[in-house]
Each structure stands twice: as C-alpha cells, then as structure tokens.
Ligand binder design. Sequence first.
Ligand code: SF4
Length: 234
Amino acid sequence: MPARKSAVVAKPTAENLLQVLPPNPEQSVIDPIAALKLIREDLGDCTRCKLHKQGRKQIVFGVGNPRADLMFVGEGPGADEDEQGEPFVGRSGQLLNNMIKAMGIRREDVYIANVVKCRPPGNRAPERDESETCSPFLMRQIAAIKPKVVVALGAVSAKNLLAINAPMSELRGRFYDFTPAGARNSDPMWQGTKLAVTYHPAFLLRDPRQKGEAWKDLQMVMKFLGMKPPPKTE
Ligand code: SF4
C-alpha cells in the first residue's frame, strides 16, 4: 500500500452550507434512529430536483445500522435499487456485500446511502444541480449517524463529498478529515469522521483486476477501525 498522505480538510460547498444550515428538524435530536426518521419525513415525496420527474419509481433513502461506525456512499440508485427502494441491491450490491463480508462484518452492521436518492435515467451520473440539491440530505444523514469512517464509492461520490475534482489515483490511498455541514451545531462533542475513497463496485465488475486495489483501501479502513478480517475457511 502506498504511504498514507497527509489528511486534508474537506470543505462543504457554499451551496450545501446554505441548504443544510438550521433549521433542520433533527438538529437537537440525539437518537440517530429518530433523527433519520425526521430527515426522511423532511425529504417527503421530494420534487426538489428534476430527477423526480425522470422516471424514478421511489426515493432510495438509505439502509443499515443507524449507529454504524462505517458508512458507504455511492452516487445514485440504479434500476434494481429504484425497484426495491434500497441502495446497492443489484449485482453491484452483491459485490459490495462481499466486500463488507471480507472485512469480517455484515451488511446490517454498516449504513449505505447515495449522493442522490432518485435514479438518474439510463444510469447516468447525477448532474451537478441534482447532486447539490440532494446531497444536503446525505450530509444530514451522516451528521445523524456520526460514523467513524465514510467510504466514498467511486469518483462521483468522492467529488461530491469532498468538493475536490481529482482523478481516482489521487483520491484513493489517504484519509480525509470530514465534517458534514451543520454537524457541529447538533453535537459540538463530535469531531467529525474520516473519509476514504475506493472504487465503485460497478467499476470493479467491469474491471475485476482492480479488486486488489479496492481491498487495500478497505484494509486501510479496517486498520483505522481496529478490525480484523475473518479467518479463511476452506
Ligand atoms: S434526487 Fe434527491 S433532491 Fe432530487 S428529487 Fe430525488 S430526493 Fe429530491
């Protein structure tokens, strides 16, 4: 694994700050289950960006342990996710599940979400206005869950979370200090989380040779969290 580079502080965009600042209904709620419920209610039957009228079947909010130490963030729902209302349930989801299992934990132990909560048509990447409109809700989810580590799956997710425009080769292999906008208001004791970047499972399905590199990223996360992989079974 390459030497870890120095961490940088990710700054939320001005647009995100404007949209995430109080009043948020969950702002003074400590229980992450209740906070996530309030965020979901606030999202409602969302029509805030044009993705609401481009064929989505349902909003894909997020799934998993509201008290997770580890959170995975992809770019947006695909066809299977749109159908089932849950992130990462198709072939990419199966691979993500295997990656999580290789870390010695279960899918139910982590929290999984996306930058945008509605399926972009044709599985295209979310456009800037869509990401900027939807990502404040993701930021609020992260602030409610307060994971120790967020893993951005793919460059689209990384660029949205970090507001950095850089190739994967530069984004991977380091931790970033990350605090979602508005989080310090809800819990001044929380010093934020670490963010790491790895390949999106859909990319790994297209280029399985990169799985070893993704495993290096996950091992970096495991080391930080004090996790050990399960013993190999024959
Ligand atoms: S992608 Fe997000 S902001 Fe856009 S309509 Fe769906 S939930 Fe609302």
